[in-house]
Design a protein around this ligand. Structure first.
Ligand SMILES: [Zn+2]
Length: 155
């Protein structure tokens, strides 16, 4: 899944510096897996870093629609956080503060920060699902090996 998502975003003509960064992240991801670190955290941080490096990372600093700083929900379609007003207008359920904080932490982290993320979160499967949905919605890329990942790590 790490390799498939890196490959999907290393399209022809990708900036060479971005390409190098993605290769390095992939190397770090495999090294962490080799050390038997947690697959859900590796995958979540890798996806967040990948999305950020390719310009489709979610906006986790303010409401993605109106810029309000007090945020209440995560919207895949709008590519980031929403305030209670904007979420309400779309009939979306609000997320808990813990959920929002965890998603923000992951979206701000990179592979070097694996240990910090591991010490703060208990389960990243929902974040992986959200990041994959954002990749599909905003990058038009579907990761087929997600099914295998789910069977291996989510039961
Ligand atoms: Zn708003």
């Amino acid at each position: 899944m790490l390799a498939e998502s890196a490959d999907a975003l290393m399209y022809d003509g990708v900036d060479i510096e971005v390409g190098r960064k993605i290769y390095h992240m992939l190397d770090q991801g495999f090294a962490l897996l080799n050390q038997r670190k947690r697959a859900d955290i590796i995958m979540a941080v890798f996806l967040a870093d990948l999305l950020r490096n390719t310009g489709i990372g979610p906006n986790v600093d303010e409401c993605a629609i109106c810029g309000e700083k007090k945020i209440s929900a995560i919207s895949v379609r709008d590519g980031g956080f929403l305030c209670a007003d904007c979420a309400g207008k779309q009939g979306m359920l609000l997320n808990s503060v813990t959920r929002l904080k965890q998603f923000r932490l992951i979206c701000k982290a990179d592979m070097d920060k694996y240990d910090i993320v591991e010490s703060c979160v208990s389960d990243c499967r929902e974040d992986v699902g959200l990041l994959l949905a954002i990749l599909k919605e905003h990058g038009n890329i579907e990761i087929r090996s997600f099914g295998l990942y789910n069977r291996l790590f989510c039961h």
